[in-house]
Design a protein. Structure first.
Length: 130
């Protein structure tokens, strides 16, 4: 019988492949810092770079679910006290989290972009008049 290395993953027709990041993802339920850094780097030059960077940073650092991130309101962010009020879903305990310096900078950058984008009259997402 063919002995296999426990570090390999069974493939097609009895061939074995070394584990890849995709195959190891089934064993863990979180991203590592290097993966988050790649996600943050992918936002550079995109249309909503500051918004996306801010959201990704907050989601990773505070363990936000997608539904929790989508439900965030400005009232939950206190940049003066440097805290984020997280309303947890799925019967978890809602908590207050401290915000780090880079998170505060990302939030302030997004708020500044948001203020610049606010139209004086109704317009489409691309800025064209209705």
């Amino acid at each position: 019988m063919l002995e296999t290395d426990p570090r390999t993953v069974a493939g097609v027709a009895g061939f074995f492949y070394p584990p890849t990041l995709d195959k190891m993802m089934s064993d863990r339920k979180h991203l590592v810092s290097a993966e988050v850094d790649k996600l943050l780097a992918a936002t550079k030059g995109t249309r909503h770079e500051t918004r996306d960077r801010c959201l990704l940073l907050l989601m990773f650092r505070h363990g936000l679910r997608v539904s929790e991130a989508c439900g965030l309101r400005l009232a939950q962010v206190d940049t003066e006290s440097r805290v984020l009020h997280v309303a947890r879903l799925k019967q978890d305990l809602s908590t207050t989290h401290p915000l780090r310096g880079d998170e505060i900078r990302a939030i302030r950058a997004w708020l500044a972009d948001r203020a610049r984008m606010k139209p004086k009259t109704a317009a489409s997402a691309r800025g064209a008049p209705p």
